[in-house]
Design a protein around this ligand. Structure first.
Ligand code: XMP
Length: 326
């Protein structure tokens, strides 16, 4: 694709010129945008870039490993992985309110990220002036939504930029600012990133934390992670990944349902499947998935995930329902 080759070449030159001999930091979320932005900057400045990935313990099965192994293997990037799951889980203990969960997760994320940044800056030199750039995967729609601002006010940036320590001033590098999602995927392809990263469906920053209706605990996360992995595996096996926008799998942890499994009566929880089709997540329709695929997912989840005795399908459009349950 010659157009994307041009975009890549142009950006490589711009980034090299902008950064010079200094260093840059990039926060990786596991999503497409930050991955492509990081790979592009990596290609431009190599070891002058360090990426930070905060594992909040709310990721889906295999996601952290994917960033650690596949992404590093494809790019050779210097990656700092911070395991902060204990910290997030204790901050979330006893909290059921969705807004409060989001606030806590956002706050903890910024704290952990800041700490990692400070460590990188300290390792780089006495005053850290050497580390002058922050890479962000801001896309064109993000820029438009934020009124064409510098990126500090948009949704994508708030995790990374809002909480920078006052004494460190970063200049932003946003190489995807003029691109739409499909173009970003093409750039990723151009850079040789694996399909598992480029074709990822959207996944919310607060992760599984907002897919447990009720308090977030380690046991509940383990259970939801298993159910989610089964649903994803079956959707992939059925070749439906490109057809659906995303399929949140939600644990109704505060709801108990009666079932009959094995030798007797069980008292467990329902799992909700929320497959949607969409262009931009602003509106969405529920996906008409084949019954046999739904059937397989249901059978496997109820057989393989303990404490789940019911699988239900969400057939609400957006509006009125949002894509996520919280
Ligand atoms: P809703 O539920 O509002 O979701 O219809 C629209 C899209 O946004 C994702 N989403 C989030 N992404 N942080 C994110 O980074 C969040 O707090 C968040 N909440 C929802 C959701 O997965 C869907 O793609």
């Amino acid at each position: 694709n010659w157009t994307m080759t041009n975009v890549v070449d142009e950006q490589l030159a711009l980034i090299r010129e902008q950064v010079g001999t200094k260093r840059a930091i990039c926060g990786l979320s596991g999503g497409v945008d930050s991955a492509v932005a990081a790979a592009l900057v990596q290609k431009a400045i190599g070891a002058q870039l360090t990426c930070v990935y905060v594992d909040h313990g709310l990721m889906r099965k295999g996601e952290t490993e994917q960033v650690e192994k596949d992404f590093v293997a494809a790019t050779g990037i210097q990656l700092k992985v911070v395991d902060a799951s204990e910290r997030f889980l204790s901050a979330l203990a006893g909290v059921s309110d969705p807004e409060q969960k989001r606030k806590i997760i956002g706050r903890e994320f910024i704290r952990v990220f800041e700490q990692a940044q400070a460590e990188i800056v300290a390792e780089a030199g006495a005053d850290g002036e050497d580390v002058a750039f922050l890479v962000q995967g801001t896309l064109y729609p993000d820029v438009v939504e934020s009124g064409g601002g510098t990126g500090t006010a948009n949704i994508k940036s708030h995790h990374n930029v809002g909480g920078l320590p006052d004494d460190i001033e970063f200049e932003l590098i946003e190489p995807l600012r003029k691109l739409f999602k499909d173009e970003v995927r093409m750039v990723g392809q151009e850079l040789g990133l694996p399909d598992e990263i480029i074709q990822r469906q959207p996944f919310p920053g607060p992760g599984l934390g907002i897919r447990i209706v009720g308090e977030v605990t380690r046991d509940r996360l383990d259970l939801l992670r298993e159910a989610d992995a089964i649903a994803r595996a079956e959707l992939t096996a059925a070749g439906l990944d490109r057809e659906i926008w995303q399929c949140p799998v939600v644990l109704l942890a505060d709801v108990h349902s009666v079932g009959v499994q094995g030798d007797g009566r069980t008292y467990g929880h329902p799992i909700v499947l929320r497959p949607v089709s969409s262009e931009d997540a602003m509106t969405a329709d529920w996906s008409r998935l084949p019954y046999d695929v739904l059937g397989r997912i249901s059978t496997r989840i109820t057989n393989e995930v303990s404490d789940v005795n019911r699988v239900v399908l969400d057939i609400t459009s957006k509006p009125p329902g949002t894509i996520e349950w919280e």
